[in-house]
Design a protein around this ligand. Structure first.
Ligand code: NAD
Length: 419
């Protein structure tokens, strides 16, 4: 498979070249960062409820582990393949370096539509996948977390499987676990909370205020989107549209997010929710608003639909939701884009807190966690704004420059093995 056939991988590489050229990155460092360190492809056969056996393809890619163990989510989605996983692993390297965590970049996933499997089938899938990749993960090697289509329950099954192999409980093998098996307070909401902190930093920079006059549109209605919507509503903002894979919903007066969550808990999808207008995902993208948060999948704003976007701030809750061409076009139109590796870093920051707490067997209070999260994102946001001013580039390139500076220093100090 040619990794360059995948738009997300191609885009991640194009951004790496642009940032590298702008900052004068050592070409030998660039050469190493272009390639993942290690990639594992596994078959994941499971017995379905009807008695038949079906095999799914699973992946784990470790992009760079210079600064520490690999870190990155596990995705269950029909688009998952080696190239997408490699591109997302690369983004994780940059994200961890940008926010100054002692972690490298990794990602994993299975090519599957989890909505088609029963709970028992999902458990079998997770346990077999965990077994197949167990030789390259571990608390000091590579620490997975939830991503699209996976959650705290998936992490609990993963942790249990790994612990069965080792013969003792190893909570540090994954983060995003439920609290009762070593999870951290605040992890579930952390990515969405971080997105909202960043929206506020951006609004402040633009002289805007997030209040009852702010109209917010969110693409997605999952683990990132829902907590972000809740926090913005708590600030008074109106969430006028949200969406999921079944379509989008719109209400100019503001959607009752709690009601929508209750509906999806029972019916799984937003489709059919009463009291709102049902529109398409494409219509949602073109909806006029003040803050647009893509928080579902990658590549939703491209050269084909970027002209329809009407917003002041784009907060990239998802990884790679805008293509490079769309970022350049919208930045030139004056839209403030908060780049994914900064905007959604709240998840990996609190995952890091979870890992540290687990290693010490000493757990912190929620206020302390949220304060530490806020402070790291505030510092990182201001470093990115500083780099954007210094190099006269957009926030996306600036974020990569800050990350690459850290990686370059560390990679040069460690040197190339065997020399
Ligand atoms: P999730 O599975 O909880 O939610 C994903 C949402 O996207 C769901 O509402 C789903 O219906 C929707 N969706 C899926 N395919 C779609 C399609 N084709 N069109 C429209 N909507 C679609 O996943 P999540 O954890 O919220 O992740 C969302 C994004 O945020 C991903 O890009 C992920 O990599 C990124 N992210 C997640 C975390 C985290 O902590 N969960 C951290 C950082 C980044």
């Amino acid at each position: 498979m040619n990794l360059m056939d995948n738009p997300l991988y191609k885009d991640a590489l194009a951004q790496l070249y642009q940032a590298g050229n702008t900052m004068g990155l050592d070409p030998n460092i660039l050469e190493r960062l272009k390639h993942p360190k290690r990639a594992l492809v596994v078959s994941v056969p499971i017995r379905l409820d009807d008695g038949s056996v079906r095999t799914f393809m699973g992946y784990r890619v470790q992009h760079n582990m210079t600064i520490g163990p690999g870190k990155g989510g596990i995705r269950f989605h029909p688009n998952v393949d080696l190239a997408e996983t490699a591109g997302l692993a690369m983004l994780m390297t940059f994200k961890c370096a940008l926010v100054g965590l002692p972690l490298g970049g990794a990602k994993g996933g299975i090519n599957v539509d989890p909505n088609e499997l029963s709970r028992q089938e999902l458990q079998a899938l997770t346990r077999r996948y965990a077994t197949e990749i167990s030789m390259i993960v571990g608390p000091n090697m590579d620490i997975p977390a939830p991503d699209i289509g996976t959650d705290g329950q998936t992490m609990a099954w993963f942790m249990d499987t790994y612990s069965q192999i080792k013969g003792f409980a190893v909570p540090g093998v994954v983060t995003g676990k439920p609290i009762s098996v070593g999870g951290s307070l605040g992890r579930t909401e952390s990515t969405g909370k971080g997105v909202v902190y960043c929206v506020n930093f951006a609004a402040q920079k633009m002289g805007m205020k997030i209040d009852h006059t702010t109209r917010v549109v969110i693409h997605g209605f999952g683990k990132v989107a829902i907590p972000a919507a809740m926090d913005l509503m708590a600030q008074g903002a109106k969430i006028i549209a949200v969406s999921d894979v079944s379509g989008a919903i719109y209400n100019p007066e503001g959607i009752d997010i709690k009601k929508a969550v209750e509906w999806t808990r029972e019916k799984r999808f937003l489709k059919g929710l009463p009291g709102v207008e049902h529109i398409s995902n494409e219509e949602l993208i073109g909806m006029e608003c003040d803050v647009f948060i893509p928080a579902a999948i990658d590549g939703i704003i491209t050269e084909a639909n970027m002209h329809t976007v009407r917003t002041k701030i784009i907060a990239e809750g998802a990884n790679g939701p805008l293509t490079k061409g769309a970022v350049d076009y919208l930045h030139n139109k004056g839209v403030f884009i908060i780049p994914d590796i900064l905007c959604n870093a709240g998840g990996v920051i609190v995952s890091y807190f979870e890992w540290v707490q687990g290693m010490q067997n000493f757990f912190w209070g929620l206020d302390e966690i949220n304060k530490k999260l806020h402070d790291i994102l505030k510092q990182s946001f201001s470093e990115v704004v500083g780099a954007a001013d210094q190099y006269k580039v957009n926030m996306k390139t600036a974020a990569l420059i800050v990350a690459l500076r850290r990686l370059e220093r560390a990679m040069k100090l460690r040197g190339l093995f065997p020399g």
